[in-house]
Each structure stands twice: as structure tokens, then as C-alpha cells.
Design a protein around this ligand. Structure first.
Ligand SMILES: [Cu+2]
Length: 309
């Protein structure tokens, strides 16, 4: 009886050493995964994203904020895949290594403190890294400055947009020029590249949402005292379609607009022309731009006449 007890003790110690080695390898793998996630999270990930269809995230954002959100997405997907491959690997390894080989009852184990510690700490570290990068990017995207170069007030109403060019940020500032859409005119929001632009949103009736897909960003437009604001810098000239992204009623799908990014010089000329009383299409023509929206296809509003203010 005593002899048997001694034998069991010896077997148990050997098994313990084997387990300790396995924990070491697991810990190494976990630490490696965390290091990889940390490393990848900090890189520019555009090339990697390109190779895998951007993992479903739209590409081609025209603001620095869009690029950072893109990088966060690609980094997060890579982190998820690293964890995924690690877990799938463990699952398949267990299926093969511990498959049924006979009728004998397999070794029964419980209370594996090192392993339990590992699978509590490693996920926490992964979440902490993801949270860190998410918080950094979110804070950056939401950042507004007190003195933007350009302030434009976006007023949404059923079912159109009005763009008010303002002389300063805030509800008390003055509108110096304005463009309003109507049933016959798709409004064009003209903004300069390479200047900080503050967009302040206000709704006259229900909740709408200001969405330019090429900004890779949208923000709801609220009625009442809420005045949502965000800031962007446009890096590329061009015409970008804008939509309402909040179901706001019968003609929601027709709440199209266009963001026209032009050079700062052209923008100054456009604003001067507007302040001199020209309509938006005339002011656009005067700076050599297409006078009307060119991007609202395929949800065009079938407007046959064009009356612009
Ligand atoms: Cu709407």
C-alpha cells in the first residue's frame, strides 16, 4: 500500500513537470501574440489591407481621420485573426492529440492555476491594447479646434440640406453665404482642401445624418438644442457624394448632396462670388467647376429643373 503511494507521487511529479513545460510554451505563445498585436497596431497597414480586400472596410478616405480609422480596423482584424488562429490551432491540436485511443479512462486533471491565470491575463492584455488604440483614434477623430480655418453650418430638414458658410464657430456666429437644396436642385457643399473645416450640424425637424462616404464618417444631425460638430481636413480635390443616413421620412432617399473639395484659392473665389450675390451654380462656374452635382447617381432625385439659390 505504501509502495503504491510512493509510485503515485513520482508519477504525479513527472506529470507536473510536463504540464509546467506546456504552460511555458503557452505563455510564450500568448506573449508573442500580444507583442505581434502591439506591433501591428502601431504600423501603417495600408499595404497589408490591400492584399486582403481591406477586410471589408471601405478604402479611399479623403481625410487624415479616415486613414487612421482604416488603420485601426486593419490592425484590429489582424489582432482578431492572430487570436483566432491560436485558438483554432489549440482546438485542432487537442482533437488530434487527445483523440480516443482505447477504452481506458484518460488522465483526469483539474484546478490548473497557471493555465487559468494565463487565460485570464492574456485576453485582458489583448483588450487593453485594442482599447488603447481605439481610444487614441476616437479622440483624434472627435478632436475639434477653437479656431478652424473654415466653419460651415449644416442644416438638415425634411428632405433637404442647407449649407451656411459662417464667420466663426458657434451658434451665435453669422452666416456669410448659403446654399439651400430644393426639389429641383441638389445642393453642393464647396469646401477647401488642406484647411481645417469645422462642420456644425443642426436639424429643423427630425433626426437626420450627414454622411459623405468618402470621409469614412457620418454624424447624426439632431433637432433642438443639440449642435453636433466635427472637424476634418480634406486632402484630395474632387466631387464626393453625400447622403442622409438616418431614415427620416418619405423622401429620405432623395436627401442627396455633394461635397466639392476645391483648392483654397478657388474656395476663396467661390465664397467671394457667393457673398457678391451669385447663385451656387454660377459661383461654381466662375471658378471653373461643374455647376451642378455630378455624383448623386444611382439615387438620383430625377429633378428635371434646376433652381439654385
Ligand atoms: Cu434625412
Amino acid at each position: 500500500m505504501d509502495k503504491r503511494r510512493v509510485d503515485e507521487g513520482g508519477w504525479s511529479r513527472a506529470s507536473g513537470r510536463r504540464r509546467a513545460g506546456a504552460f511555458g510554451r503557452l505563455a510564450g505563445l500568448g506573449a508573442g501574440a500580444v507583442a505581434l498585436v502591439t506591433l501591428l497596431g502601431g504600423c501603417s497597414l495600408s499595404d497589408f489591407g490591400d492584399a486582403f480586400g481591406n477586410f471589408g472596410w471601405p478604402k479611399g478616405g479623403v481625410t487624415p481621420q479616415a486613414s487612421r480609422m482604416y488603420d485601426l480596423w486593419i490592425g484590429s482584424v489582424i489582432a482578431a485573426l492572430v487570436v483566432g488562429f491560436f485558438v483554432w490551432g489549440l482546438i485542432f491540436w487537442c482533437i488530434i492529440r487527445y483523440r480516443k485511443r482505447g477504452e481506458a479512462l484518460p488522465e483526469q486533471t483539474r484546478y490548473n492555476i497557471p493555465l487559468e491565470f494565463l487565460y485570464t491575463v492574456v485576453p485582458f492584455l489583448i483588450i487593453a491594447v485594442l482599447f488603447y488604440y481605439t481610444a487614441i483614434v476616437q479622440t483624434d477623430v472627435d478632436k475639434t479646434s477653437k479656431n478652424p480655418d473654415v466653419t460651415v453650418e449644416v442644416v438638415a430638414f425634411k428632405w433637404e440640406w442647407q449649407f451656411n458658410y459662417r464667420d466663426a464657430p458657434g451658434a451665435d456666429a453669422h452666416t456669410v453665404a448659403s446654399t439651400t437644396g430644393n426639389a429641383n436642385y441638389i445642393p453642393v457643399l464647396v469646401l477647401p482642401t488642406h484647411r481645417t473645416i469645422r462642420i456644425e450640424e443642426h436639424s429643423n425637424d427630425v433626426i437626420h445624418s450627414f454622411w459623405v462616404p468618402d470621409l469614412l464618417f457620418k454624424r447624426d444631425v439632431f433637432p433642438g438644442s443639440v449642435r453636433n460638430a466635427f472637424q476634418v481636413t480634406l486632402e484630395k480635390e474632387g466631387a464626393y457624394v453625400g447622403r442622409c443616413a438616418e431614415l427620416c421620412g418619405t423622401y429620405h432617399s432623395q436627401m442627396n448632396f455633394e461635397l466639392r473639395a476645391v483648392t483654397p484659392e478657388k474656395y476663396d473665389q467661390f465664397l467671394a462670388a457667393k457673398r457678391a450675390g451669385q447663385s451656387t451654380p454660377d459661383a461654381l462656374s466662375s471658378i471653373g467647376e461643374e455647376p451642378y452635382a455630378v455624383t448623386t447617381h444611382p439615387f438620383n432625385t430625377d429633378r428635371t429643373e434646376r433652381e439654385a439659390s
